[in-house]
Design a protein around this ligand. Structure first.
Ligand code: ZN
Ligand code: ZN
Length: 314
């Protein structure tokens, strides 16, 4: 997610950390349906790289902002290709879209994807339980169709990849590139699709992808959301976001992400938040034991968690 540098102490007054110029524009990263800018700012800190701070008090339960995925991919054919909303099951679906709007939004890259034969790539990934290459495949189709830039995820923190991981990716990359080349997609449209591009994108997806579970009708309050999220295998897909990826981790977070009907993420306050307070989410299941949490964070995200819960042995 946002930061893989060592997260040191977190309950520190934040003002002294606004030391470096920070110039990118967060406003392109949140959902355009928002009527006003979200009450947050992203700043560089000395202790944990990029971090998200409240610019005004936020009440428990409030939606802080929403975010559209930069790229998403369904894990099942029962959800929309474009937004991961559940498809109506009353009639057989000719096209995997929940609405005309989703069809229009995604038509260009859907058509690119449909031109190619994905059997070899899909089989390779499915038999190995790999889900992130599907996000790279989607992004590649988006870039080819002109709706996304090839460097659109570069702003995110990449995972540190071991040499063996890079070797594994070579086969996936070859299968992806092969499928698109055989589909007779013009060379100039896939010039970006190099092994280095594939590795760079996957390195970012690995630590920034969210597993999406829809709360749907269950969503009413934070408690029912908690119940919904512990149901096993409820995932409808995976997605990568820009702004939500800048939130740092804490095992006792003050914010969390929920998905109601589709892949649009809602960042919600779990408790009352003061102006200037850093907003943090929990990257993993917060109900796990301390040692399990720390092991997951170290292996999955590359940092040692020294949040107050971990330091107090909770
Ligand atoms: Zn849709
Ligand atoms: Zn912790």
């Amino acid at each position: 997610m946002g930061v893989v540098a060592l997260a040191l102490s977190h309950r520190i007054m934040v003002s002294r950390f606004f030391t470096k110029p920070f110039t990118f524009h967060i406003f392109s990263f949140y959902s355009s349906s928002s009527s006003s800018p979200p009450p947050i700012r992203v700043a560089l800190t000395d202790y944990a790289g990029r971090a998200v701070f409240a610019t005004r008090p936020i009440a428990a339960g409030d939606t802080i902002h929403t975010a559209k995925p930069a790229v998403c991919h369904p894990a099942t054919n029962t959800v929309c290709y474009s937004c991961l909303a559940t498809l109506p099951n009353s009639q057989p679906q000719r096209l995997p879209f929940c609405s005309q709007l989703c069809h229009q939004t995604s038509k260009a890259y859907y058509d690119v994807e449909m031109k190619a034969n994905w059997v070899a790539f899909d089989d390779y990934c499915r038999t190995r339980g790999l889900k992130y290459p599907f996000l790279v495949k989607r992004l590649a189709c988006m870039v080819i169709s002109g709706v996304a830039r090839s460097d659109s995820l570069d702003i995110l923190q990449p995972a540190n990849l071991m040499h063996e991981m890079v070797l594994e990716m070579e086969e996936e990359f070859a299968l992806l590139r092969n499928a698109l080349t055989k589909a007779l997609i013009a060379d100039e449209h896939i010039a970006f699709l190099t092994k280095q591009w594939y590795i760079n994108v996957l390195a970012r997806i690995r630590i920034n992808a969210f597993r999406i579970e829809l709360a749907g009708g269950l969503y009413g309050d934070l408690l029912s959301q908690a119940v919904a999220s512990v149901e096993a295998e409820a995932a409808v897909g995976n997605a990568v976001y820009i702004l939500p990826s800048f939130y740092n981790h804490e095992c006792d977070p003050n914010a969390h992400i929920v998905w109601i009907d589709n892949a649009d993420a809602k960042l919600k306050a779990l408790r009352d938040i003061d102006e200037g307070e850093e907003l943090r989410i929990c990257y993993i299941d917060a109900s796990l034991d301390r040692d399990v949490r720390r092991e997951l964070l170290l292996r999955g995200f590359g940092f040692q968690c020294n949040c107050s819960r971990c330091l107090h042995g909770d």
